[in-house]
Design a protein. Structure first.
Length: 501
């Protein structure tokens, strides 16, 4: 098994995301989490860029002992001096210096020539080497650089002392096979390439950062530069969780030292401290990465997880897969959740509850445990004598509320219309008319209490209604729940009447 070094740049390239800047305390917290995760190198910052970055590299160097602490510089002496000073307390230190390698950068960024840039690259490595043994050189925009010139530059910086050579696809332009061929070309055309580790640093402008990094590794690179959650400049960088799990899932001939069980907690820590939500469908760490919502998939996963999952969520620190209940869920998924909550239903009972579930799921996006308890409370598993078939209410300003109710009483259908001082009053009035007409009760009960429980979460949540009815010196309780408060109220009233009947 060959080792792939994980160079984490969440605190440098990742932290360049607009609006996601961290203070030193937060950076230390993330650096400690990265150490626990098992990364080999932490790029702690770009010390010359600001006093805050300089100080952060110092503090991270003090706080973390296992990973190499790396500081970024341009190929400029002042940058290198600043990096050297910031790394004073690092147990293991690296300077990451470099310069643009593409003609685009040489001409339009540096307004210079290939020869001059080559000289500056060599000088920067030689100068860094005076202070630290471990020097990584980056050939910025290598993705668009002329291959022969790139090879010449890489060979020269290795002669100058570079221990790691980073081949960034800075603009995320390369296709995987092109990037892989670039690494292969360097392996074949740089005579001293065996004296350095090749590093891949890919950006995600075309959504290819992970694919490109893996192509680089299969062509011989042995270090991958990554960020947690793939955050970074513009569309981001190669994400740590993706490359690690690609190697593990495919049991490739190379692997990392990452403790994958720490992936999810680290992802959430970074997301929280950077104030940057993880997109729901993000591979490995997105909210939906292990959530199954369609009936066919849910049924398959419940029969055997591997039917629809190639990674065990436990392996990346996620407690379990999720069977999301929605209008697309099947009976297997509903039963799974009901059993989890302690309800054991016979097939005909499940059929009934499932029918009520579908009605609820059509009006409410997320069905949670509380909803399921309510569903079980209101779905009677014995035959009912009173059943509401229709409830139609007209109300509003300046209308007088009016309700039409159609009900089955002992299997016979009745319809009544009533006015009231509000939609609930009008609806209960219509129910009373039906009770009287059908003679199912001799007298009407007295409504002693009517309690509406407030909506708990969002505007589409369920209202719960409890009623107390007094009938011949006994008290009967009725319960209703629905996303429509009038429907819930009438259900509760009829449920109370049902108990009397
Ligand atoms: O994308 C890039 O080229 C970089 C370098 C500074 C390594 O981030
Ligand atoms: Zn970058």
């Amino acid at each position: 098994m060959q080792k792939i070094h994980i160079f984490d740049t969440t605190l440098r390239d990742g932290e360049q995301v607009p609006g996601c800047q961290l203070n030193t305390v937060e950076k230390i917290e993330i650096a400690k989490a990265l150490e626990q995760l098992g990364v080999d190198v932490i790029e702690a910052g770009f010390p010359i860029s600001s006093p805050g970055d300089f100080q952060s590299v110092i503090e991270i160097s003090k706080a973390v002992k296992n990973p190499i602490i790396c500081a970024l510089t341009r190929a400029v002496k002042g940058d290198i001096d600043s990096a050297v000073a910031s790394l004073e307390f690092a147990k293991r230190k690296r300077i990451h210096t470099g310069i643009g390698a593409s003609d685009m950068h040489i001409k339009y960024k540096f307004k210079s020539t290939r020869e001059d840039i080559l000289k500056r690259a060599i000088e920067a490595v030689k100068y860094s080497k005076k202070f630290v043994e471990d020097v990584e050189f980056y050939a910025e925009d290598a993705g668009r650089a002329d291959l022969a010139y790139l090879a010449q530059m890489i060979e020269a910086v290795i002669v100058a002392g570079a221990t790691v050579v980073n081949i960034p696809d800075t603009t995320g332009y390369n296709l995987p096979h092109i990037y892989g061929e670039k690494i292969k070309y360097l392996k074949e055309h740089v005579s001293n390439i065996d004296k350095a580790i090749i590093s891949v640093h890919c950006h995600n402008d075309l959504g290819l950062a992970t694919a490109n990094a893996m192509a680089g590794v299969s062509a011989g690179a042995r270090q991958i530069e990554v960020t947690i959650n793939g955050i970074g400049e513009r569309a981001g960088n190669t994400s740590l969780e993706e490359v690690v799990m690609i190697m593990r899932t495919h049991k490739l001939a190379y692997d990392t030292n990452i403790n994958a069980k720490k992936i999810f907690p680290t992802s959430r820590l970074v997301s929280k401290l950077m104030n940057m939500p993880v997109q729901a469908n993000k591979a490995i760490v997105g909210k939906n990465a292990f959530a199954h919502s369609s009936g066919i998939h849910q049924d398959g996963v419940l029969k055997m997880r591997e039917n629809y999952e190639i990674i065990n969520p436990h392996d990346v620190g996620i407690a379990s897969s999720e069977i999301v209940l929605s209008a697309r869920s099947g009976r297997a998924a509903l039963n799974h959740h009901l059993e989890r909550l302690g309800y054991r239903l016979k097939p005909n009972q499940l059929k009934k509850v499932y029918a009520s579930f579908l009605t609820l799921a059509d009006s409410k996006k997320d069905i949670n445990d509380e909803d399921l308890h309510m569903l079980m409370g209101k779905t009677s598993l014995v035959e009912k004598k009173l059943k509401i078939n229709l409830l139609e209410v007209v109300c509003g300003f300046p209308l007088k509320p009016m309700a039409t109710v159609t009900m089955l009483v002992n299997g016979e259908e009745y319809t009544a219309v009533s006015n009231g001082n509000g939609p609930v009053d009008a609806s209960c009035g219509a129910v009373n008319k039906i009770i009287k007409e059908s003679k199912v009760l001799k007298t009407l009960p007295v409504l002693k209490e009517f309690l509406i429980q407030a909506v708990t979460r969002g505007h589409d949540d369920i209202s719960k209604v409890h009623v107390q009815l007094e009938y011949k010196n006994s008290v009967f309780y009725g319960y209703g729940s629905d996303t429509d408060i009038v429907v819930a109220s009438v259900q509760a009233y009829v449920d109370g009447l049902q108990k009397i009947v």
